[in-house]
Design a protein around this ligand. Structure first.
Ligand code: GLV
Ligand code: GLV
Length: 320
C-alpha cells in the first residue's frame, strides 16, 4: 500500500512535488491558520509520516494516535513542541532543520539588536506618521553597538555566527553555555563567564538557548535586576525562557533599557499585551529563519528526511 504523508501547513506545490511521485500526500490547505489539534489527531491515524511546524503540539497523545507513524519532520531547529521521550518509547524518528537556518537566524538576531539599540522601528514610525518636523540633536538617540559588550546565552551554531557578526562591530564577546565552546573562544575571542557575570557585564544580552526544563523562566526579575540599566535584551530563541511579566516590570522601572523580541510565551502574542505598548520594545512575529532561501531549504530538508525514513534509510538530521 502506498505510504501516506500528512503535512500540517500549506507548503508550495514545487516543494512537495517529489513526495507526490511516490507517496499519498495530504496537506492542510488553509494558508491563514494552523490545523486544529483535533483534526491533526484524526489525520495522523493513518499517516506514515508527518511534517509539522512549531505551531503543532506533537505530544504523547498525538504520537500514540499515529498507529503507523514512522517519522515526524519538524520544520524548525527547536523541537520543544515535540514530546521526545514519548517518540523514543514509540520508536518514532523525529527530525529538525539545523544548520540550514543558522546564518539567517543569526542575521535576524543581530538585526534585532541593532534595531532595538538604534530605535529603528520607532524612528521609521515617526517618519511615516508625519511626526518629523525638524532634525534635533538628541532626536531618537539610541545606544552605540560598536565596541560594546555582547553576552550570548546559548553558544550553539547560531550563537557562534552571532558572535562572528559581533566581531565586525569590534564588540567584546562574552558567552554562557552549558559546556565550554573552545572553538568560539579560539576563533572569535569569545570569553566564557557564568550567567550572573554575563548579565552584569553585557550591554547586549542575546538569548539563543533552546527551551528545556532548565532554561524555562531563565530570565526573571532577578536576572533583569543584575543587568545594566542601559542593557538591551534580545530574545531569538523561545518565549518561555523569559518571564514576560518580569521583563515588562524591568523595562517600565528602567532596570534595563530595551528589548528586541522575536519570540513570545504565547504565539501569536495578543495585540493588547502590555509589552507591545512599550516604545522600547521591538517585536517580531517569530521570523528568525524567515527568508525565502532559508525557508525553502528547511522545507526541502523535511521532505528529504521523510523520504529517507519511508524508504528505510537513516534520517539526515534526527534529533536523537
Ligand atoms: C525557529 O524558531 C526554529 O526553531 O527553527
Ligand atoms: C548626522 O546625520 C550627521 O550628519 O551628524
Amino acid at each position: 500500500m502506498t505510504q501516506r504523508i500528512f503535512i500540517s501547513r500549506k507548503l508550495p506545490d514545487e516543494v512537495i512535488a517529489p513526495l507526490k511521485e511516490n507517496y499519498d500526500v495530504k496537506m492542510w490547505d488553509k494558508e491563514d491558520r494552523p490545523i486544529p489539534y483535533e483534526e491533526l489527531v484524526k489525520e495522523v491515524k493513518d499517516a506514515d509520516a508527518l511534517l509539522t511546524t512549531l505551531s503543532e503540539n506533537v505530544n504523547k497523545e498525538l504520537l500514540t494516535a499515529g498507529n503507523k507513524l514512522k517519522i515526524v519532520a519538524n520544520m524548525a531547529v527547536g523541537y520543544d513542541n515535540v514530546d521526545i521521550s514519548s517518540a523514543k518509547d514509540l520508536g518514532i524518528t523525529i527530525t529538525n532543520t539545523p544548520d540550514v537556518l543558522t546564518e539567517s537566524t543569526a542575521d535576524l538576531a543581530f538585526a534585532l539588536l541593532l534595531a532595538t539599540a538604534r530605535r529603528m522601528i520607532e524612528a521609521s514610525e515617526y517618519v511615516k506618521n508625519g511626526d518629523w518636523k525638524s532634525w534635533s540633536p538628541l532626536l531618537l538617540a539610541g545606544h552605540d553597538v560598536h565596541r560594546k559588550t555582547i553576552g550570548i546565552v546559548g553558544m550553539g551554531s547560531i550563537g557562534k555566527v552571532v558572535a562572528k557578526r559581533a566581531t565586525g562591530f569590534d564588540m567584546n564577546i562574552l558567552y554562557y553555555n552549558r559546556s565550554r565552546k573552545q572553538d568560539a573562544e579560539d576563533e572569535l575571542g569569545a570569553k566564557y563567564v557564568d550567567f550572573d557575570e554575563l548579565l552584569a557585564q553585557s550591554d547586549f544580552i542575546v538569548c539563543l538557548t533552546p527551551l528545556t526544563e532548565e532554561t524555562k523562566d531563565m530570565f526573571t526579575r532577578e536576572a533583569f535586576k543584575k543587568m545594566k540599566q542601559t542593557a538591551v535584551f534580545v530574545n531569538a530563541s523561545r518565549g518561555p525562557v523569559v518571564n514576560e511579566k518580569d521583563l515588562y516590570d524591568a523595562l517600565v522601572s528602567g532596570e534595563i533599557a530595551g528589548a528586541g523580541l522575536d519570540v513570545f510565551v504565547n504565539e501569536p502574542i495578543d495585540a493588547d499585551h502590555p509589552l507591545l505598548k512599550l516604545k522600547q520594545v521591538v517585536a517580531m512575529p517569530h521570523i528568525g529563519s524567515a527568508t525565502g532561501e532559508t525557508r525553502n531549504k528547511m522545507m526541502k530538508l523535511c521532505v528529504e528526511n521523510i523520504e529517507a525514513v519511508l524508504s528505510n534509510k537513516k534520517a539526515i538530521t534526527p534529533v536523537f
